[in-house]
Design a protein around this ligand. Structure first.
Ligand SMILES: [Zn+2]
Length: 260
C-alpha cells in the first residue's frame, strides 16, 4: 500500500507535470470499481484548471482553480500514471493533452472522498518525542498498531512502521505504554528518518504489484529496508521473526537480536 513517501512521490511528479493545466475530458472506463458512483467527483474535475497537487498523510489532493479540491486515496494497489495502459484503468482525465489514468487492480482506491481527521505527520513540527509519548502513554495496543493509526499519526503504514521500529530497537508487538522514555524518543526520531529517506529515494518498490511513480519509474527505498520483506535482519543477519500478536491481521516482522 502506498504510504507517505510513495504518495509524496506521486504528488511531486504530478505537480511538476500537470500544474496549471486544464482537465478537458473525463472518461470512466471501469465504473463498477467504485463503492459509490464517482460521477459527481469526476464532474467536479471536468473543465477545471489544476492549481497543483497537495498531500495530507496518504491522501493526494487535486487543488482546483475556483472549485473545491478533489481528494484521491490510492488504497492498496491504486496507481496514477501519465499515459501508461493497463487492464485496470478505472478512469482517465485528459489534462493539457496528456492522459492522467487511475489504475486499480483491486477495489480499494477512491476519488472524491472526504478527507478524514488525521493526526500530525512525522515530518511536521507538530510531531515530536513528546507527542509520541502522549500517543503511547497507558496504551495496551501494540506499538505498531498505534504508529499505523492515521488518526494518531498520519503517513506510516506497514513498511515504514516496521522499519522505524527496527531502527529504534523496539519490537512491534509491545504494548504502547510499555516503552521507556529513551525508546519513545528513539522511535520518534526513527519515524522521521525512515519517512525522510523514503521520500528522498522516491518510495519503495517491493514486488510486481508494487509501487511505481506516475511515469512508471520504481523507487529505491527497497534497497535500504532492514526488515520489511526480508528473511534476515539487514543489520545483524539474524533470521527475522513474525510477532505472534496479531496487528491488523498483517505480518509484523522483527529482529529478535536488534529489537527488544
Ligand atoms: Zn538484527
Amino acid at each position: 500500500m502506498p504510504e507517505l513517501p510513495e504518495v509524496e512521490t506521486v504528488r511531486r511528479a504530478l505537480d511538476a507535470r500537470l500544474r496549471g493545466r486544464t482537465v478537458s475530458a473525463v472518461l470512466v472506463r471501469r465504473p463498477t470499481f467504485y463503492r459509490r458512483p464517482p460521477a459527481a467527483a469526476l464532474r467536479a474535475l471536468e473543465g477545471a484548471t489544476l492549481r497543483g497537487f497537495s498531500r495530507r498523510g496518504k491522501y493526494l489532493i487535486a487543488e482546483l482553480e475556483g472549485r473545491p479540491s478533489v481528494v484521491f486515496h490510492l488504497g492498496m494497489s491504486g496507481r496514477l500514471t501519465v499515459g501508461g495502459e493497463s487492464p485496470h484503468v478505472r478512469f482517465e482525465l485528459t489534462v493539457g493533452g496528456e492522459s492522467l489514468r487511475f489504475h486499480d487492480s483491486r477495489r480499494f482506491g477512491r476519488v472524491g472522498c472526504p478527507l478524514p481527521a488525521l493526526g500530525p505527520e512525522p515530518l511536521e513540527p507538530a510531531f515530536d518525542a513528546a507527542y509520541l509519548r502522549k500517543v503511547l502513554r497507558g496504551r495496551s495496543a501494540p506499538v505498531k498498531a498505534l504508529l499505523m493509526d492515521q488518526r494518531l499519526i498520519a503517513g506510516l503504514g506497514n513498511i515504514y512502521a516496521t522499519e522505524a521500529l527496527h531502527a529504534a530497537g523496539v519490537r512491534p508487538g509491545r504494548a504502547g505504554g510499555s516503552l521507556r522514555r529513551a525508546e519513545s524518543e528513539r522511535l520518534a526520531a526513527a519515524c522521521r528518518e525512515v519517512l525522510r529517506l523514503g521520500v528522498e529515494l522516491g518510495g519503495a518498490t517491493l514486488d510486481d504489484e508494487s509501487f511505481l511513480d506516475p511515469l512508471g519509474r520504481p523507487g529505491r527505498m527497497q534497497e535500504r529496508v532492514r526488515v520489511y520483506g526480508r528473511d534476515a535482519c539487514g543489520d545483524c543477519g539474524a533470521p527475522l521473526l513474525d510477532t505472534r500478536r496479531s496487528i491488523g491481521g498483517r505480518a509484523s516482522l522483527y529482529c529478535p537480536s536488534c529489537q527488544r
